[in-house]
Design a protein around this ligand. Structure first.
Ligand code: ZN
Ligand code: ZN
Length: 413
């Protein structure tokens, strides 16, 4: 049976099943912590059922509500914005440490906080980053299995399809989510296995080449990204440090690795707007010298961008470089999703902040200082933004300066 003939309830159930079996690969006896927008209750119920069928020992969901979030920025005292529920973040970090899996549902209003005072927004997000630091480290080290999936909320759909009436917009966004997540195939679990194999082959090809740096060029972009010493390319399903294979993003199209935090130079322009925690940052143009952003501009949200770069020492350096061809099921939808889970998987991208230990070779028993010396960046933040398009060329360069074309006009050579 093809996916298109399924009812909405059946498709939502498939998303729940694929998230538990492929996204998390939840193990019998494992605990699961879910974070979700309030509107995603129907999906949370499907996930919870599939998790218990897979043998979950306990499923706990933490809901967030856009209206309540907004009330805080509108009415809370300034001092209150430096507060975070660190007791809860500590508890969640403890759950991960003790082996709980993590599932995050994304899909809130992409511009919820536009119009709020950026100082207040950045104070609150900094407090949250501080509180969540340990949990984020566990996630970026892949010490436990985790995944992110999406739920098409009404406020998100309305911004993706402003010309359509509410329910039509939501239905169209769901169609795009199901199609790009390979759920509209006769056997989604098999489709994901094949897709993972293709991404692993691409990562293996790049790992064999051992490039010293990458060179992106195109309109507004002339960027040299040195790669970390002993970097490793990854993509598709990942193995956690305790040996569980999970798919951290549904959907995913990227192969990615660790840039050298001190060997990035030149300038780069974003090719899609960035919607970061409810704030729009558009037409980013930055200049790097010795790995650090020394000049930053944006046509919208420049203030928010500067505050992000000021978060800590590693926030103005790169922690990830990811390659995505311009043609993929996500980018073929032609939709600007206004959500990073989708937009970053439709375009090559870079991330400010924390690097993935996973994307380094021989990390067993290596200290954080030794990883930093090899070029792995560390920061409280990890923010991806898009730099690829059908106008961008990419070369891989060896230490002796020899160059190999990797992408031309956004397509793999
Ligand atoms: Zn990425
Ligand atoms: Zn990333």
């Amino acid at each position: 049976m093809s996916g298109a003939s399924l009812t909405f309830a059946e498709r939502l159930d498939r998303l729940g099943e694929v998230a538990v079996k492929i996204g998390l690969n939840l193990q019998a006896g494992q605990e699961l912590v879910i974070s979700a927008p309030l509107e995603a209750v129907p999906l949370v119920r499907r996930l919870t059922e599939h998790a218990y069928k897979a043998g979950a020992s306990l499923v706990t969901t933490q809901y967030s509500d856009d209206e309540a979030t907004l009330a805080r920025y509108r009415f809370a005292t300034d001092d209150s914005l430096d507060t975070s529920a660190s007791w809860m973040a500590d508890g969640i970090a403890r759950a991960y440490r003790e082996g709980a899996a993590r599932l995050a549902i994304t899909g809130g209003n992409p511009t919820l906080l536009n119009g709020q005072d950026p100082t207040r927004v950045s104070r609150a997000s900094r407090a949250a980053s501080r509180a969540n630091r340990e949990a984020m480290e566990i996630i970026t080290r892949f010490d436990t299995n985790w995944t992110i999936v999406a739920f098409a909320t009404a406020s998100w759909a309305a911004q993706v399809f402003p010309d359509l009436a509410g329910e039509q917009a939501q239905a169209k966004l769901w169609d795009a989510i199901f199609a790009s997540s390979r759920l509209d195939t006769p056997d989604p679990v098999l489709a994901w296995k094949q897709h993972n194999a293709a991404l692993h082959a691409k990562a293996a090809m790049l790992n064999e080449r051992r490039f010293d740096s990458l060179h992106f060029s195109g309109p507004g972009t002339d960027l040299h990204v040195g790669l970390a010493d002993g970097h490793a390319w990854a993509g598709g399903a990942e193995h956690t440090t305790n040996g569980i294979e999970c798919n951290p993003n549904i959907p995913t199209e990227e192969v990615f690795t660790t840039p050298h935090s001190h060997r990035v130079s030149g300038h780069v322009a974003s090719t899609k707007p960035l919607f970061h925690q409810g704030t729009l940052i558009d037409e980013i143009r930055v200049t790097f010298a010795e790995g650090r952003i020394v000049e930053a501009h944006a046509s919208k949200g420049e203030d928010a961008l500067r505050r992000i770069l000021d978060t800590d020492e590693g926030a103005a350096r790169l922690g990830e470089v990811a390659l995505v061809p311009h043609a993929s099921p996500i980018s073929d939808t032609g939709i600007l999703f206004r959500n990073t889970l989708f937009d970053e998987n439709a375009s090559s991208h870079i991330a400010l902040g924390q690097a993935y230990t996973k994307c380094m070779l021989d990390t067993d028993g290596t200290s954080p200082d030794a990883l930093a010396a090899r070029g792995a960046n560390s920061s409280m933040i990890h923010i991806d933004w898009m730099i690829g398009s059908d106008k961008i060329d990419l070369d891989g360069a060896y230490r002796d300066g020899t160059k190999i074309p990797l992408m031309r006009k956004g397509a793999w050579v």
